[in-house]
Each structure stands twice: as C-alpha cells, then as structure tokens.
Design a protein. Structure first.
Length: 296
C-alpha cells in the first residue's frame, strides 16, 4: 500500500505475513522505539499490540486471528462505529458498523523529542452505504504511543440532518481471567447483555467466573484493571459508556478465533452507546479521548 506521508525512524510498514502466521495479509505499521514496541493495522486503524519498555504486551490478540482484507481481526483495540453492537434501527446491518473492516489512510506519522510516536489515520463514509445509513461523515483517529497508549477519535457529521452516532474502542487486554478484577464502575448500575439487557446492580469489583457482558451507561471516570499479572488504568473523556465482556467457556467454544483463549483476556471498552448514544448535529464534531496507562 502506498503511504501519503513519510515514516519517522522506528516506524515501518510491513504486512501480516511478516508479523503473524497467515496465508492472507493486511498492511501493518510497526513501531519500535526505546519507549515501546507496537503494531497497528491500517485495516480498521486497529492497534494490535503494545509492549512498553521492559514490559509485557498490554493487549491480547487471538492466536487464531485472521489477517484477511475485509475480515475483522480478533483482539487489540478494534474501533466500532458509526454504531456499536447491533444497529438499533436496522438490526440486519453488520454488528459494530463498517469501519473496523475498512482500510484507513495514514495521514501523518511523527516522533517527538521524548520519543513518543504519533500516528494519524482517517476514513469517511462511502456512497454505497447511504441507502442503509443516510449520513455523510468523516473520521480521524490519532494514536500516541510511548510509555502509555493515548487514543483520540474525532467524528464529523458532514450531512445536513442530525446523525445518530454510537461507538466504542473495543479493547482486549491480556489477562488471567480467574484473577481479573475491574474497579471504577460508576454507579454500578448495568444492562446485562446475557439477560436481554435487564437492568441490574453490580457491587465492585467486577470478577469473571462465566460469561460477562455488561454495559455501564454514563460511567465515565477511570477504571482500574487488575489482570493477574499487572495493573492498568483506563480513563477517557467523551466516552462515558463502559462495556465489560468475556464470553466464558461455553460461548467461547463456538468462537473459532477464541476457544480456550477466553481465559487469556478481558474486554474493558470505552465509548458512547445505548443511552449515551449521540445525536450529532450537521457540521458538528464528536471528540473522544482514551488513555491506557500503568496504575499510579
């Protein structure tokens, strides 16, 4: 794939056959600096791996993940938009929108004096999608990769009518699931997606002994994630919905790119969805920022 910008030292372009065993390939950006090593797929602008200096990978990537054009990759941080989960107006449309399976354009890449790499990617709506989602929009995402992960997502409504928008950074974290705990659940009120989205109450911390699929609307703030091997903080602005998910043994058995791997990850996602869904006015931007860091 041709790039429209020059890559700085420590940043290179490859394909998935150079990084992961796969018959197919998708373009990858590889980052290797004194501060971190990371891999990002241009398809979906999806961060697949992040290893800070002298650390271990914060993210989980399925050993059975498929690296084929147009195929969603299981793991890392998929970006789900312009809707999250099932489209509530058109349930027959693809779950989590189109953008995680589309090639994004790398707009800019740089490395600052402290060694933090910045990668800016962009995409936009396609005319072919208008019959199903009749709004024109532009999307940009910037990753700043150093001692932590910083993600900024910007969506602009280029239409002349109000656009419904929901989204999430669907983060898969490496974890020992039986030892994992999540704190920072806001009010603790959640919608249980294993029980027809019935409203329930959670007492901290969230633990994992079976399938968990919970939506905490308006949670915001900061989540602390104890993975059994390390402690991470997830915080953000403009992404108030918290989703916590692990399929558990029974559901994972029917997922060919998970299987027994369910023991090795937990999803702690930030976005705007369900009651937090946005109504984006014509010409307006939505900006969301998420930071993943070691706990202090």
């Amino acid at each position: 794939m041709n790039l429209t910008c020059e890559l700085p030292a420590g940043v290179s372009l490859s394909d998935s056959r150079n990084e992961y065993a796969s018959e197919s390939s998708i373009p990858l950006i590889r980052v290797e600096t004194p501060l971190c090593r990371a891999v990002l797929a241009l398809q979906g602008a999806q961060l697949l791996s992040f290893v800070p200096e002298s650390g271990r990978d914060w993210l989980w990537l399925s050993p059975q993940a498929e690296f084929a054009p147009g195929k969603a990759v299981r793991g890392g941080i998929p970006l789900c938009l312009p809707w999250f989960g099932v489209n509530r107006r058109r349930p027959e449309l693809p779950k989590h929108g189109w953008l995680r399976q589309r090639d994004w354009q790398l707009q800019a890449a740089s490395c600052d004096a402290e060694g933090v790499v910045s990668l800016q990617l962009a995409t936009a709506s396609l005319p072919s999608e208008l019959p199903d989602f009749p709004w024109v929009y532009e999307v940009e995402v910037e990753y700043r990769l150093g001692r932590q992960i910083e993600l900024e997502l910007r969506v602009r409504n280029c239409s002349d009518t109000v656009m419904p928008l929901s989204f999430a950074a669907h983060s898969y974290f490496s974890a020992i699931i039986e030892q994992t705990q999540v704190f920072g659940l806001g009010s603790g009120r959640f919608l249980d997606n294993t029980d027809s989205l019935l409203a329930k109450q959670q007492v901290e911390p969230q633990t994992f002994f079976g399938e968990v699929d919970r939506v905490f609307e308006g949670a915001g703030g900061r989540q602390r994630l104890l993975t059994g091997s390390q402690t991470l903080d997830v915080s953000g602005e403009g992404c108030d919905t918290l989703v916590i998910w692990n399929p558990g043994e029974r559901l994972a058995a029917d997922m060919k790119d998970v299987g027994g791997g369910y023991r090795d990850y937990v999803c702690v996602e930030r976005g705007m969805a369900f009651a937090d869904e946005l109504a984006l006015a014509p010409g307006d931007d939505c900006v969301a920022r998420m930071v993943i860091s070691t706990a202090t």
